[in-house]
Ligand binder design. Structure first.
Ligand code: HEC
Ligand code: HEC
Ligand code: HEC
Length: 334
């Protein structure tokens, strides 16, 4: 969430120029409004564009799906025909079918000496596009699925037993890794691929511990994927020491100097604005035009944020606010 807030911020000078030229007023945002806008953008990023059917044909051949499955009448007869998956635009039901039949499919693959296929990038979306193009399913009406629901996914993560190895919040246990980093900058079909790639190993570990392999119905897998996707979204932990560096490197310290009081901008250690991550981002957004004016006259470069910088900065500023009473903490000078 804070990474997106940083991206938002990086674009403000251009937005300001454009708005000024077109006579728009700078829209002020409350903390909740900014969270909602960013939440919406993040949600939209979860969705893939459809894959490429030509590439899909190639993956279907190279990963040897074709040996066992037919689509549009051609292909093997070992596994069931995949035509019925053509109803869906997104690859999620295909992924769910693979997951549910995974243990049996992998057993057949072992028996026949076929390597268990793995997926990178958008390959699963490409296979879905191929299935849609060549399927005999008639009439080929698209079925649109209900949008995925991270909160329902959180419930499923528990009821399907994922928490037994990955922990309630997905932060990992000795039995399974931390999942927060598993879905960075990934879309649905890629996350589905990640799940599949690890399903073999996971199913072995589940057997070891005497757990049944969980199966998904309806749009359950999509919900779990949305839950995984949101694990990082609410991450507010950061590195305060790195935040001090950000505060200096981005030039904030040049205008906000809580130790001297002789400053161009207000004392942030006494500001309500720094007490929560989205409050900070909203305050920065709302003050951007005033900051921009000052920066232009002083020819300071507009600070840009990348990676975790915004998060670290926020943690540092919060610690500053907490430490103001009774004794104020000085910002280390350059
Ligand atoms: C060695 C043979 C084999 C290969 C290779 C193979 N599968 Fe399968 N697949 C099967 C079998 C057998 C089943 C049925 C398993 C069962 O009975 O539960 C199955 C089931 C499925 C299902 C569920 C079908 C349904 O009716 O719901 C999907 C989806 C699927 N496979 C997709 C794929 C894709 C995509 C590939 C290539 C990446 C692939 N399979 C490669 C043998 C194979
Ligand atoms: C029995 C323990 C166990 C259970 C239950 C389990 N997992 Fe896992 N999971 C693992 C292990 C171990 C790995 C690492 C496997 C590997 O390296 O291939 C893993 C890997 C993963 C990964 C890939 C992580 C990465 O960094 O790429 C995802 C995503 C995942 N699991 C999701 C789930 C979901 C969703 C469920 C519930 C449906 C689940 N797991 C249930 C043990 C488990
Ligand atoms: C060129 C000087 C300048 C720089 C550099 C600067 N600011 Fe500001 N900042 C200001 C001014 C001036 C205000 C007051 C604007 C107003 O009153 O609308 C302000 C206001 C703020 C506020 C709102 C405080 C409140 O209590 O409402 C926050 C938060 C803030 N700045 C954070 C930052 C951060 C973080 C940086 C570094 C990325 C930064 N500023 C860099 C001049 C600057």
């Amino acid at each position: 969430m804070q990474q997106l807030a940083g991206l938002f911020w990086n674009h403000t000078p251009r937005m300001m120029e454009t708005m000024r030229r077109s006579g728009f007023e700078w829209p002020r945002l409350t903390e909740t409004e900014l969270s909602d806008v960013i939440g919406y953008l993040y949600y939209v990023k979860l969705f893939d564009e459809p894959g490429d059917p030509d590439l899909g044909e190639r993956w279907f051949r190279e990963k040897q799906c074709m040996l066992c499955h037919s689509v549009g009448g051609s292909g093997g007869r070992v596994g069931p025909p995949l035509d019925r998956y053509a109803r869906y635009v997104a690859p999620i039901m295909l992924a769910e079918g693979m997951w549910n039949h995974g243990p049996a499919m992998q057993a057949t693959q072992r028996m026949r000496g076929v390597a268990t296929p793995t997926f990178v990038g958008r390959e699963m979306a490409d296979i879905q596009a191929y299935v849609r193009e060549v399927s005999r399913e008639a009439p080929r009406r698209a079925v649109f699925l209900e949008p995925p629901h991270p909160e329902r996914g959180r419930q499923l993560f528990r009821t399907k037993g994922c928490l037994r190895c990955h922990g309630d919040t997905g932060r990992g246990t000795p039995y399974g890794p931390d999942l927060r980093a598993a879905t960075v900058r990934m879309r649905v079909s890629e996350i589905a691929g990640v799940l599949w790639n690890h399903s073999f190993e996971m199913s072995a570990r589940m057997r070891e511990r005497g757990f049944a392999f969980p199966r998904f119905g309806g749009t359950e897998m999509a919900d779990v994927i949305a839950f995984l996707y949101y694990l990082r979204f609410d991450e507010t932990r950061g590195d305060s020491a790195a935040g001090v560096q950000v505060f200096r490197a981005k030039g904030c310290a040049g205008c906000h100097r809580p130790d001297t009081g002789a400053a161009i901008g207000p004392d942030l250690s006494r500001s309500e604005a720094v007490t929560a991550p989205m409050r900070l981002a909203a305050a920065m957004w709302n003050h951007a035009p005033a900051m921009y004016e000052v920066m232009r006259t002083r020819t300071v470069e507009w600070p840009r944020f990348e990676g975790d910088e915004m998060r670290d900065l926020s943690v540092f500023l919060r610690s500053l606010a907490r430490s103001t009473a009774p004794a104020r903490r000085a910002i280390p000078r350059r």
